[in-house]
Design a binder for this molecule. Structure first.
Ligand code: FAD
Length: 276
């Protein structure tokens, strides 16, 4: 069976935490290899991440804590690694992260590769480390080639595997992997999949993180206006087709950005169940 992993963000309210617990319960039917929890995204603190990671572990499912280093000191990272180890966490998604607006720099890490190197130096092989990569190029990269080199550097620093930013163009993914292989990167590159359930939110978010929503998808979504049923039906077709092409092309797994919702991810996996 093709491995899948599921990503959540730490809920901000007790109601959000209850909804996420219910969503996880439904999603566990998919037998995920692991569930990951974002860190620091949108200004959230590490406490919410660690709490959610702890709940997933207590539910008997493998959990990965995202871990971003921007603005952090070595002492703080060391302390948090010890906390995660004590909780029984064995997987990390190591990231530079994005600084919430209004924060100054001042940390001791510039790039995710430095964090990966530090984690390996401090903890050896105690954690499996995944890193992020960008088939359509990170928005702050100087060039696509520079970004690919930066990815190769992260893997050489000790990452075991990578998860991509989401995309809707499978050619971008396959070309990226091919070019990474030419640089000697052998680590698995798992495509990140963003189900489509909402039009304006997706378009806004994609602009910010540098993921391209192709013109034909954008126009169709805009054409549906507030008709959420049509957006979801169209989004399901688009994302299931994408997953099908990726699976036929031999991807090592699929990582779903669930947005803490179960329905869209379950629907996509139901549609491609014969291939999985
Ligand atoms: P890096 O790999 O450090 O790259 C950042 C930029 O620096 C890139 O443009 C790269 O080309 C460039 N670069 C790297 N090394 C060098 C070098 N030596 N010289 C010059 N340029 C260099 N954000 C969060 O805040 N929390 C999360 O939990 C989170 N989870 C994510 C999960 C996934 C799977 C993905 C794809 C992204 C996630 N993000 C998260 C977003 C991520 O933090 C941002 O995209 C961030 O801007 C870059 O992080 P990175 O780890 O890829 O950084």
């Amino acid at each position: 069976m093709l491995p899948i992993s599921l990503e959540f963000f730490p809920p901000k309210t007790p109601e959000g935490a209850d909804k996420l617990r219910a969503a996880r319960k439904e999603l566990y039917a998919l037998q995920p290899e692991f569930c990951s929890v974002t860190y620091g995204a949108g200004g959230s603190t590490h406490a919410g991440t660690f709490t959610t990671v702890g709940e997933i572990l207590a539910e008997g499912v493998e959990a990965a804590s995202h871990f971003s280093c921007i603005g952090a000191t070595r002492a703080k990272v060391r302390d948090q690694l010890a906390q995660l180890k004590a909780m029984g966490v064995r997987r990390l998604v190591a990231l530079r992260g994005d600084l919430p607006s209004g924060y100054g720099i001042g940390g001791e890490f510039l790039y995710a590769s430095e964090l990966v190197e530090f984690i390996r130096a401090e903890t050896g092989r105690e954690f499996r480390i995944e890193v992020a990569c960008y088939p359509e190029t990170h928005p702050q990269a100087k060039s696509p080639q520079g970004d690919l080199q930066a990815f190769a550097t992260k893997v050489r620093a000790g990452a075991d595997a990578a998860i991509t930013q989401y995309f809707y163009n499978s050619d971008a993914y396959f070309r990226f992997v091919e070019e990474a292989r030419k640089l000697g990167v052998q680590a698995p590159v798992v495509p990140g999949i963003m189900p489509i359930t909402n039009s304006s939110q997706l378009l806004r978010f994609s602009d910010a993180c540098g993921a391209e929503v192709p013109r034909w998808i954008r126009l169709r979504l805009q054409g549906f206006g507030d008709d959420t049923a049509s957006i979801r039906a169209f989004g399901l077709d688009v994302v299931a087709d994408l997953c099908e092409r990726l699976i036929r092309g031999g991807v090592p797994g699929l990582h779903f950005y669930t947005m803490n919702q179960s329905a869209a991810t379950l629907a996509v996996l139901r549609q491609i169940s014969a291939l999985r």
